[in-house]
Design a protein around this ligand. Structure first.
Ligand code: 13P
Ligand code: SF4
Length: 363
C-alpha cells in the first residue's frame, strides 16, 4: 500500500494533530524526508501506526505485506514504524540492513511466548504419536519462530496450514486465529489448556474426547491452540457486534482474526488489517461499517473515505502507539545503538526459514 496519504490540514481538521503542533509536524516531516534521502533510509509502517507517521512512511501494510517488503529491501537503513516483532522480522529477512525501532516500548502482549514451553508442547504431542506441524503467528519473537515449520499472519493462516501437509497443527500463540484455521481447513479446534496452564495429564483428558469427536466427523485433523491472545482484540465482545446490528442492520461488520470465535461467527468478514482496507475501498456501494480491530486502521479509513461512516467499537494498542513522530525522527537522525534490532545468527536463520516458507506457501 502506498503511503503519503494525507496532508497536515486534514490531520488538524480531523483532530489528529493539535493546531499548536501543526508547524512542528511539518518540520518533522521535512526533516524525516531530508534524512531519508541523505541516508537512503526506508520507513515501513504498520496500518495501526499514528496517521502522522503513516503520512511520512515509504510503505504501509499489514504484517504479511511488511514481511514481503522486508525481504526485498535495498536501503542504507530501516526505521521500522511498528512493534518489535515486526522490526525483528524485518531484520530477519534483511540482515544486511541496520533496522531500528523508534520506541523500545513498542512490544506486543501476544508475542511473549517462552521457547521452552513450545518445546515442551511439541514433545508432548510427539509422546501422543501425533503427526503435526508447528505454525507460529508472526506475532512471536525469532527464537519461537525458529522452532516452527512455517510462520503465518492473519491474512494467510488457513492457507499456510493447508500447505504444510500435516493433519495436526500446533498453532502458537493466538488461540483465536487458531480457531479460524480450524474452521477454514476442516480441522477440530482444540482449545488451549484450561485455566491457561499446561499440565500434560489434564490437557490430555481435555483434548482426547474432542479428537475422537473430530475423527467421527471425518475432519482432516486437529488444531492445538496455544494459551495466547491479543489483549486488545480478546476484550471485544459479541455485545459490541449486537449493539451495532441493533442500531444499524445494514452496517458491514468486519473483525480481525484475533477476536474471539463467537465474534468471528457473528461478523460479516474476518480479515487482516490490509484486507479490511481493501474491502472498504472495493465496495463503494457499502457506506457504513463497524471495524473491530485497533483504532489506528479505522482512523486511516476515515481519512481515506470521508464519504463513509465508521462505527467505533475499536480499541487502542498502547504498544503500537508507543512510536510517535518525534521518536521516528530522533531514531532516523541518531541511529541509537539501543534501538537497533539484532539477533544471534543461528536464531535469525531459523526464523528466516519459517518466514520464507510462509511467503512461499502464501503465493
Ligand atoms: P495484521 O497482520 O492483520 O496487520 O495484524 C497485526 C496485528 O498485530 C494485529 O493485532
Ligand atoms: Fe500485539 Fe495486539 Fe497490539 Fe497487535 S494489537 S501489536 S497483537 S498487542
Amino acid at each position: 500500500m502506498d503511503a503519503g496519504f494525507v496532508g497536515i490540514d486534514r490531520l488538524v481538521r480531523a483532530g489528529h494533530v493539535e493546531p499548536g503542533q501543526r508547524d512542528r509536524v511539518i518540520f518533522l516531516w521535512d526533516e524525516i524526508r531530508r534524512l531519508k534521502r541523505e541516508k537512503n533510509a526506508f520507513l515501513p509502517a504498520h496500518n495501526y501506526q499514528l496517521p502522522e507517521i503513516q503520512a511520512v512512511a515509504d510503505y504501509v501494510g499489514d504484517s504479511f505485506e511488511l514481511a514481503v517488503r522486508a525481504r526485498d529491501i535495498n536501503a542504507g537503513l530501516v526505521v521500522f514504524c511498528g512493534v518489535r516483532f515486526m522490526a525483528e522480522g524485518c531484520h530477519t529477512l534483511a540482515p544486511q540492513t541496520p533496522v531500528y525501532l523508534p520506541s523500545l516500548k513498542a512490544l506486543c502482549s501476544l508475542a511473549e511466548v517462552d521457547a521452552d514451553d513450545v518445546a515442551e508442547r511439541q514433545e508432548f504431542l510427539r509422546s501422543l504419536g501425533r503427526n503435526f506441524a508447528t505454525m507460529t503467528y508472526v506475532n512471536t519473537y525469532a527464537d519461537v519462530k525458529a522452532m516452527s515449520d512455517a510462520c503465518c499472519t492473519s491474512s494467510n493462516a488457513p492457507r499456510i496450514a493447508a500447505g504444510l501437509g500435516a493433519p495436526d497443527i500446533l498453532f502458537v500463540p493466538d488461540q483465536n486465529l487458531a480457531y479460524q484455521v480450524a474452521i477454514k481447513t476442516r480441522r477440530m479446534y482444540l482449545p488451549p489448556p484450561e485455566a491457561n496452564r499446561f499440565h500434560a495429564a489434564e490437557y490430555r483428558a481435555q483434548i482426547e474426547p474432542l479428537i475422537r469427536h473430530g475423527e467421527r466427523q471425518g475432519l482432516v485433523g486437529n488444531v492445538f491452540a496455544w494459551e495466547g491472545a491479543c489483549h486488545v482484540h480478546h476484550q471485544m465482545t459479541v455485545d459490541d457486534i449486537a449493539r451495532i446490528r441493533a442500531q444499524d442492520p445494514q452496517a458491514v461488520v468486519i473483525v480481525h482474526g484475533e477476536v474471539k470465535p463467537e465474534l468471528q461467527r457473528a461478523a460479516d468478514e474476518v480479515l487482516s488489517t490490509s484486507q479490511m482496507a481493501r474491502y472498504v475501498a472495493a465496495h463503494p456501494e457499502k457506506s457504513r461499517y463497524a471495524i473491530l480491530t485497533e483504532c489506528g486502521l479505522v482512523v486511516r479509513m476515515e481519512l481515506d473515505h470521508p464519504e463513509k461512516q465508521f462505527y467505533k467499537p475499536c480499541r487502542l494498542c498502547q504498544y503500537m502507539k508507543a512510536n510517535d513522530l518525534e521518536s521516528v525522527y530522533e531514531t532516523l537522525r541518531d541511529e541509537p545503538a539501543d534501538r537497533r534490532i539484532t539477533l544471534p545468527e543461528g536464531v535469525r536463520q531459523g526464523a528466516a526459514r519459517a518466514m520464507l516458507r510462509m511467503i512461499e506457501l502464501a503465493a
